[in-house]
Design a protein around this ligand. Sequence first.
Ligand code: UN1
Length: 512
Amino acid sequence: MATDTFTAPATLGTSTETRVVKNFVDGEWVDSVTGETFENRNPADTRDLVGIFQHSNKDDVSAAVDAAKRAFAKWRLVPAPRRAEIVFRAAEILIERKEDYARDMTREMGKVLAETRGDVQEAIDAAYYNAGEGRRLFGPTVPSEMPNKFAMAVRQPIGVCGMITPWNFPMAISSWKLLPAIVCGNTCVIKPAQDTPLSTFNLVRALSDAGLPKGVINIVAGYGAEVGTPIAEHPDVRAVSLTGSSAVGRIIGGIAAKSFKHCSLELGGKNPMIVLDDANLDLAIEGGLWGAFGTTGQRCTATSRMIVQKGVYREFVERLVDRAKKLKVGNGLDETVHMGPAINARQLETDLSYVEVGKSEGAKLVCGGNRLDKGDYAHGYFMEPTVFTDVDPKMRIAQEEIFGPVVGVIPCDSFEDAIEIANGIEYGLSSSIYTKDVNRAFTAMRDLYTGITYINAPTIGAEVHLPFGGTKATGNGHREGGIGAIDFYTEWKSVYVDYSDKLQKAQIDRED
Ligand code: UN1
């Protein structure tokens, strides 16, 4: 067994070896003070032990925050273009290691290789974008109201930032948080999801190998209550970024508010895809399958409601179900598989329990609904792609986030009806519409109350250089990605330079 990931060769990712991974604090690989560890197992085959990680507690968090605070004193003074060069180099390293890291991720998370390659690619994209930002970090320079006075605003780092990341995009979402934070001059303490810590370690290893100074990013593995909460509570943590459920968001947001920390919450979704009578049905079905069953439905942006106009409803359902039944479920390391397992036993139970909810509410189960546990499936958390039709918009399966391969098809009469159903929900992350009518497409772009809207594409597929996030219970108004993240990880300072050599009193000094 390798004893840490830091000294281990990058190619370890292709092995079936179990790695013992320590916390990464102040540039050192350290045991948790608890002396306890937890296991990271492959959800497609739980006999496969991917790694052993530190079961940390709040003392580990404190040590990591102290290291980050010390590192901040120097890091904030490194010119942003120099900070960005390290991130650029990390992108190049990630490209070299892409296949290994994708395989590691499929092993720990379950999604198919094509998707885990995409996840690593998203971190590479985020690295290039944020590396570029190191030469921008623009702020306004404005004409002063007064003569001989100069006025501008500059972006400043905030300090130590705490990050709590999810298991569904374990490298991409860690990169959305860490990379803009460090380019802006902050230092970080991150708690990766306990189901998928390895991918966050892989990302940070690439950064470390690219020359990131010690203490700039610290990783503390463990569970929410023991590590996540102490991060949000720590007085020296000045900003907290969480991607997770709305329930956890309420807790973390509440804790952060008490000490006026900046807090970015990226939470649940129940994303609608509207299919109008004039849609290109081939495209809508293809997109719907990808949106609903890609990542086993485990995306905050997953297509979980299909709102289909009556004229094409029957044909759409028939063809969608026909295609869904042909999807191959299995171990994501097999390149012929379309859909991997649920992340863990609890998520699978939730998915299956919603099948019962749907049936009891009177929705029609037309595809799937069962656990797969025979033969090759015996040691994993697999279930069939599941489709309900004749779903009423008020049913629980049409209102609550499931986070699994369960989609509900809702019939609707008109475009206006579709928009109302789409918006009649607690969440507001992503939405989409299939139509050839440009007027309706533009009306939908305006009226769908979500942070992201797709035209003639499913609800997934966001790119890293535009803002990512949502309305209502999906978050608290912040955005990740693009300039949204730069806004979150910096604090504005307005600077006035008076070179008139006399006291000028701004609004007071007027003749009129
Ligand atoms: C998520 O939905 O949990 O937009 C993240 C996408 C990906 C990221 C999804 N780039 O589909």
